[in-house]
Write a protein that binds this ligand. Structure first.
Ligand code: BES
Ligand code: MN
Ligand code: ZN
Length: 499
């Protein structure tokens, strides 16, 4: 028999609680416990056992969680984040109660979307431990369904959508956490196929190296030369609008392991580079949510997938490669491989699908982590409107972006070798020079001669800092974050509404 746990977020300073449960007034309940002099912070939780609800027939507990002082006066983004924190804290505490299955009933009346997101992110745990038996089954290790189940009080369509957002982010977390031996380019592609198997209006195409060679994707293929693991080039199409509607496009960096190649990385923390496909994981997962939500738009997702290893055929510093668009690129450092796989992917996507908006997501540079830490993903964009849309979506989901400079003045740092471009630009502004490098390969971003808007709006999102969190929040545990899945889905949702 499962334990029932109620999670009730309340504003403890308000006079009376919601009449959500017939026989419990949560504020009255809260006040039965000794109260300190300071008003309780958001997330402070009090657990009560065997609270009235005997009609359910089970023992139960009630976790009353503070939404923080002054919650009632908060609005918009700030209010949503308090709901996420409170619900996340309540779920965390509920998880600890006793053994076995728990049926968690969440009062979602403050904000059903935010409550669903927090509950489903907070219950996530990635483990491959065999004792106690891990829930891992290849293809189904994202959540712990047999242990925790949720049921909203005052749930709604918003709750259902929140579950889709959070499940997508959890999928991206899992893909990033999975070790490189378990998530090769082939395994990644298979996993994506199975995730999309029953999703209407979607189609998955997995290309091989031969196809990429025919297309002239020489910078992409230069990265996979050091490994015997076959590279893959994965495409997802989602058709949610009229066939002829111009699509949006997502491109994700998919290095399933980045050792640095011949320019080998130091051993300490190298295992983190199993997550160097975090960009690919994020765009694929966002696409899954977008398709499940049936958003009214067309979307194409492209992810170049390979390993970056040193080997007898690996690229060497000084090698010069002609990219798919004909530009020559000097590989000064084989560890700057992300921009090599992305250059061909960006050129291919922008010329083949002619999207009106293209967003690429990549764990591209350690430098963005130096600049912004884990708090913001760095955004470089040719479009003020696209930047503004992303900023707003990121704030709404508290999956935040900061705009960084996409400036030709950084050009001399990457234009000073024997080739058109050099794949490194020195220590200074490392994330900015990487972004500028990518810009050379995106077709359609130049404004018209008469000053007309460019046909394509492009944004590059560097998530090397945000991919991992070392400072847990009440609803996001330590580890791979799966960012910026929710921000991307929210952006697409708002875009659909504008059209
Ligand atoms: N995947 C790394 C960037 C990275 C670093 C992601 C830390 C997440 C955490 C990328 O391929 C890389 O190695 N970049 C180099 C570029 C340099 C050689 C120009 C870097 O940032 O040091
Ligand atoms: Mn690298
Ligand atoms: Zn990398």
């Amino acid at each position: 028999m499962s334990t029932k746990v109620f999670v009730l977020p309340i504003d403890p300073t308000s006079q009376s609680g919601s009449a959500i449960l017939p026989s419990v007034d949560p504020v009255e309940l809260w006040n039965t416990a000794p109260t300190g002099s300071k008003p309780p912070k958001v997330g402070t939780t009090r657990i009560f056992y065997n609270t009235p609800r005997a009609d359910q027939g089970n023992t139960n507990a009630t976790a009353v969680v503070s939404l923080g002082e002054g919650f009632d006066k908060k609005t918009g983004d700030a209010r949503r984040e308090l709901v996420r924190k409170a619900v996340g804290s309540g779920i965390k505490q509920a998880k600890e109660l006793g053994d076995g299955a728990k049926d968690i009933i969440v009062d979602a009346s403050t904000d059903a979307h935010a409550a669903a997101v927090a509950a489903h992110l907070a219950k996530y745990k990635f483990t491959l431990k065999t004792s106690p038996p891990s829930p891992y089954k290849p293809g189904d290790e994202t959540t712990v369904p047999q242990e925790l189940s949720f049921q909203p009080i005052q749930g709604s369509k918003e709750w259902e959508a929140g579950v889709i957002y959070a499940d997508a982010q959890n999928l991206a977390r899992t893909l990033a956490e999975l070790p490189a031996n378990m998530l090769t380019p082939t395994a990644f592609s298979e996993r994506v196929k199975s995730e999309f198997a029953n999703i209407p209006n979607t189609q998955i195409t997995v290309r091989d190296e031969e196809w990429a060679a025919e297309k002239g994707m020489r910078t992409f293929l230069s990265v996979t030369k050091g490994t015997s693991e076959p590279a893959k080039f994965l495409e997802i199409y989602y058709n949610g609008a009229a066939r002829e509607d111009q699509p949006i496009a997502f491109v994700g960096k998919g290095i399933t392991f980045d050792s640095g190649g011949i320019s080998l990385k130091p051993a300490a923390d190298m295992k983190l580079m199993r997550g160097d496909m975090g960009g690919a994981a994020a765009v694929v997962s966002a696409a899954l949510a977008i398709a499940k939500l049936r958003l009214p738009l067309n979307l194409v997702v492209v992810t170049p997938l390979c390993e970056n290893l040193p080997g007898p055929s690996a690229s060497k510093p000084g090698d010069i490669i002609y990219a798919m668009n004909g530009k020559s690129v000097e590989i000064d450092n084989t560890d700057a491989e992300g921009r090599l796989v992305l250059s061909d992917a960006l050129y291919y996507t922008s010329t083949t699908y002619k999207p009106h908006t293209l967003i690429d997501v990549a764990t591209l540079t350690g430098a963005v982590g130096i600049a912004l830490g884990e708090v913001f993903s760095g955004v470089y964009s040719t479009s003020d409107s696209l930047w503004e849309e992303l900023r707003v979506a990121g704030e709404a989901e508290y999956d935040r972006f900061w705009r960084m400079p996409l400036e030709e003045d950084y050009g001399p740092q990457i234009h000073s070798s024997n080739a058109d471009l050099c794949n490194t630009g020195g220590r200074q502004a490392g994330s900015c020079t990487a972004a500028l490098f990518l810009k050379s390969f995106v077709d359609g971003i130049e404004p018209g001669a008469g000053g007309e808007d460019a046909p394509l709006r492009w944004a590059h999102v560097d998530i090397a800092g945000a991919m991992q969190t070392t400072r847990p929040t009440p609803y996001l545990e330590k580890g791979m974050t799966g960012r910026p899945v929710r921000a991307l889905v929210e952006w697409a949702k708002r875009l659909g509404k504008q059209a």
